[in-house]
Design a binder for this molecule. Structure first.
Ligand code: G6P
Length: 463
């Protein structure tokens, strides 16, 4: 069978599981990206190329849940240099406003190039004649140009899921030109927000010297690369359905009871990442209690922190700081059997997330910088009764669409406290007005619409 579409991402959309008989097996991971791309892959005889997790295993292509998967192996050295190093020690903090200090190491860069080349070679090997390739995210920014060199017949799209920084920050990168040239191998480069696409075009113009026309960059050979915004979203209907299910409703009630039926529940759900502003939000909540605005009968905070990148130094430090803060706040503010903060260092399946969202009165999303933030949209999708409040950082991409949230600046602690208090005290009519509008927005701009619009623009590029 010829392959007409190749999706390339650092990770394959599957998790390793143990099957009934103790055999190792795979389960499709719960992310929105895979649910959006699955129908597109099916229609186009598509495959997904990515890392299956773990080290050094040369796995054969396999199929699971109707997806055809092509594994790319990684050694321990690749994980250190390409994944933990260049991707998550250099690019991630650099692209997120320097919330942490990026580190620049030449060995990491060498590893990044090597692994990107391996991905490009694998795609070149499996893609059919004139196939379409969709490359995802900051780990693979060199793949478009490497692939074009190997296979000029392919139509190549690239989508960046995280922010793209302004020139003042980006130009710190010793390999800034190579990254820009890597991306220019694509026919269409997609970003979350128009500002990010503009940053990219401006940088290409200044650093590589190519002129731009509207959203297009014009290369010396006349080829045009479009850089445009495609804000990503979630499977709205899927979350809504889940939230309506009796099992989720019962679970939400059960969770609330387990918490001792406080009058209001605040909720935060994030990967345990320093970009998410978890410490600041808990500090704000703690101060509101200290100031006497509420006690543990009136309000408690549930914080789910999903383990992430646990070998990277900054993440280890953050976990320590967070756990120290939770301990301190509970010591100061909790009572026997009634902690103020319920902290979970764990990841949960979609059903449990939906129950948590349904159970919570105030969803608190306070990143210092975030490409989009899908948790904010998932919360909105599960609020089937048009209730619940969303407190949202203006530095999350989602703030561009979710204008009716209580928008906050996470660097402004007093402003954040005021917004949390307002959201806590808002009356039903106010909540309904805001939530209804946000639900209408996410409903019409769901992840299927996102994938469709990117693919349509990619397919319409003149090659
Ligand atoms: C962000 C990135 C993704 C990444 C995910 C989880 O959403 O944009 O590319 O897969 O975080 O991080 P991890 O390092 O565990 O893949």
């Amino acid at each position: 069978m010829s392959v007409d579409l190749v999706v390339v991402a650092n990770r394959l959309p599957v998790d390793r599981v143990e099957l009934a008989g103790g055999e190792p097996g795979w389960r499709t991971s719960p992310g929105g990206l895979v649910s959006a791309l699955e129908p597109v892959l099916r229609e186009n005889d598509g495959v997904w190329v990515g890392w299956p997790g773990g080290t050094d295993e040369e796995l054969e292509p396999f199929e699971t849940g109707g997806l055809r998967l092509i594994p790319v192996a990684m050694s321990e050295a690749d994980i250190n240099g390409y994944y933990e190093g260049m991707s998550n020690g250099t690019l991630w903090p650099l692209y997120h406003d320097l919330v942490a200090k990026p580190m620049f190491h030449r060995e990491w860069w060498d590893s990044y190039q090597r692994v990107n080349r391996r991905f490009a070679a694998k795609v070149a090997e499996v893609a059919g004649e004139n196939a379409t390739v969709w490359v995802h995210d900051y780990q693979l920014q060199l793949v478009p140009a490497m692939l074009r060199e190997l296979r000029p017949d392919l139509r190549i799209g690239f989508y960046l899921h995280i922010p793209f920084p302004p020139a003042e920050l980006f130009q710190q990168l010793p390999w800034r030109r190579q990254i820009l040239e890597g991306l220019l191998g694509a026919d269409l480069v997609g970003f979350q927000l128009p500002e990010a696409a503009a940053n990219f075009r401006r940088l290409v113009n200044h650093r590589v010297g190519h002129p731009t026309e509207g959203e297009d960059v014009i290369l010396p050979d006349g080829r045009r690369v479009r850089a445009s915004a495609y804000p990503i979203s979630i499977d709205f209907e899927g979350y809504e359905e889940l939230a309506k299910s009796p099992a989720v409703e019962a679970r939400a009630k059960e969770l609330r009871e387990a918490l001792g039926n406080p009058r209001k529940v605040f909720l935060g759900c994030d990967r345990l990442d320093y970009t998410k502003g978890i410490l600041a939000r808990l500090k704000a909540f703690g101060e509101l209690m200290e100031d006497g605005h509420f006690d543990v009968e009136d309000a408690i905070f549930v914080q789910v922190a999903v383990p992430s990148r646990e070998a990277v130094e900054e993440y280890i430090t953050l976990r320590d700081e967070l756990e120290m803060m939770v301990g301190r706040l509970n010591g100061d503010l909790g009572r026997i059997g009634q902690p103020a903060i319920h902290y979970m260092h764990s990841s949960y399946p979609r059903e449990e997330m939906a129950a948590l969202y349904r159970m919570a009165d105030i969803m608190v999303v306070t990143p210092y910088r975030d490409g989009m933030n899908l948790v904010a949209k998932e919360y909105v999708a599960t609020r089937i009764n048009d209730d619940g409040a969303l407190v949202l950082s203006e530095f999350a991409g989602a703030a561009e669409e979710l204008r009716q949230a209580w928008l906050i600046n996470p660097y402004d602690l007093n402003g954040m406290k005021a917004a949390l208090l307002e959201a806590h005290q808002a009356d039903d009519a106010e909540l309904k007005r805001r939530m209804k509008a946000m639900r209408a927005t996410v409903r019409t701009h769901d992840v299927a619409a996102w994938a469709k619009s990117f693919m349509a623009d990619l397919e319409s590029r003149q090659l």
